[in-house]
Design a protein around this ligand. Structure first.
Ligand code: PLP
Length: 427
């Protein structure tokens, strides 16, 4: 990728003029007067998401219970409608996708489906840097099988506290491992793992492998049809802007459609017989079998709106701009901020980096507070990482430039020294 970045403010403005995705910005509500760099935690609300929610309310208002029957069962099988829109982001077929639950529950659903420990193979492989909820879910699933997490959860350590070496993951795939759960992109460092390679290595060793796509979906293109992983889970409220607590996603490789889900519910029943109300569970023939209860239509509607934007923009163009924005940010950090003790903790290589920059500083927490006082919205992850996510669909090169200007000003004036190191409840 061409990256002849320049240090002038005019350069940033010229990039925005040339940017094919720039018109999408108008579709999103901005936090007024602020520069939003936190779309990797909670994506901004779009006009499209808003109108999809309003439509859903209208459908409910006008139809009451009939809403399940209208438009050929579109809302009754709303997961299917959304799966069609989400499929290109996963490179999977819509039948392999269900939109249900939350990430944590979907991890429980997948592990309870695939984890069948025996004397020889009983371990679940995770890594030291994954998100806590993934680890909690794994521990409770292991406990549910009467096993001790200290023995049955195998943790791949990080050599430097920031990144995980893929060789270490492969070396940990020993023949006592039954299942591996790994993030596609690490939430702190933005490191992107090679899903295809690691899935193939797991399968060579008879290990089931699942991926957490929370930090990659909507930012990094996926190709699950060729990666051939067993399952994946993701939330829809980060890069995808599906709204706070938006219903999540689950991918089940079609080769596993014959398996019984770990958690059964009536919405996992074959739709044709669901309303016979039989006590015999007749599972659906595709990923919809992994749904449990009534779909949360109001938490799914915004996703329909936002996925239409993704279809129009195309994940290829989104990834290209995202990589240029993060590269540009890293370039400015290197040239202008390194002297103040900043480091980029994310991989520099495009092939190995997700959608955010992990800016580390010993005083990261207080600098983050100073940034907020300048109306820049980043977030902070322990111990010292300021995450900055310039989002392809709604951030500009000019905003990246301005954030670096503000950071420089904060450092020159030592503004962060006026803040306490005491942590807030939600950071
Ligand atoms: C954001 C995130 C989650 C969130 O889980 P929820 O159940 O949706 O709250 C889980 N795992 C990872 C890796 C995440 O980044």
């Amino acid at each position: 990728m061409e990256k002849n970045f320049e240090l002038t403010p005019g350069y940033a403005k010229a990039q925005d003029v040339k940017d094919e995705l720039a018109p999408f910005r108008k579709r999103f509500y901005q936090v007024e007067g602020h520069i939003y760099m936190d779309g990797n935690s909670l994506g901004l609300c779009s006009r499209d998401a808003e109108s999809a929610v309003m439509n859903m309310l209208d459908v409910w208002k006008k139809n009451g219970i009939y809403l399940w029957n209208i438009e050929e069962g579109r809302y009754y099988q709303y997961s299917r409608t959304l799966a069609k829109l989400a499929a290109p982001l996963l490179g999977a077929s819509p039948e392999e996708i269900c939109i249900a639950g939350n990430t944590t529950i979907n991890i429980h659903q997948a592990i309870s489906t695939f984890y069948k420990p025996n004397q020889k193979r009983f371990k679940i492989l995770v890594d030291e840097l994954n998100f806590p909820t993934d680890i909690y879910a794994v521990h409770s699933q292991v406990l549910g099988k009467g096993l001790n997490p200290a023995e049955a959860v195998k943790v791949v350590p990080s050599r430097d506290g920031l990144l995980i070496d893929e060789e270490d993951i492969i070396a940990a795939m020993t023949d006592d491992v039954a299942l591996a759960l790994l993030p596609a992109v690490f939430y702190r460092s933005a490191q992107l793992l090679d899903i295809k390679r690691l899935s193939a290595e797991a399968h060579k060793r008879g290990i089931i492998i699942g991926w957490d796509l929370c930090h990659s979906i909507g930012s990094v293109p996926h190709d699950f049809s060729s990666a051939d992983a067993d399952f994946a889970v993701w939330c829809n409220y980060k890069y995808l802007s599906g709204g706070p607590g938006c219903t999540a996603g689950l991918y089940i490789n079609r080769k596993h459609f014959g398996l019984m889900p770990g958690l059964w519910g009536w919405f996992g029943n074959e739709p044709k017989t669901q309303f016979r109300m039989s006590h015999v569970f007749e599972k659906a023939g595709n990923a919809e079998a992994w749904q449990t209860g009534t779909p949360c239509l109001l938490s799914m509607a915004p996703l329909e709106g936002t996925l239409r934007i993704f279809s129009e923009a195309g994940i290829g163009r989104i990834r290209e701009k995202s990589l240029r924005l993060t590269s540009y940010l890293m370039f400015l950090i290197e040239k202008r901020l390194k002297k103040y003790g900043f480091r980029c903790g994310n991989p520099e290589d495009d092939e190995r980096r997700g959608g955010h920059v992990a800016l580390s500083h010993d005083d990261g927490y207080r600098i983050c507070l100073a940034l907020k006082s300048h109306k820049v919205i980043p977030d902070f992850r322990e111990p010292d990482v300021i995450r900055l996510a310039p989002i392809a669909l709604y951030n500009s090169y000019d905003e990246v430039y301005t954030v670096v200007d503000i950071l420089e000003k904060i450092m020159i004036g030592k503004e962060y020294e006026t803040y306490s190191r005491e942590r807030d409840l939600v950071v």
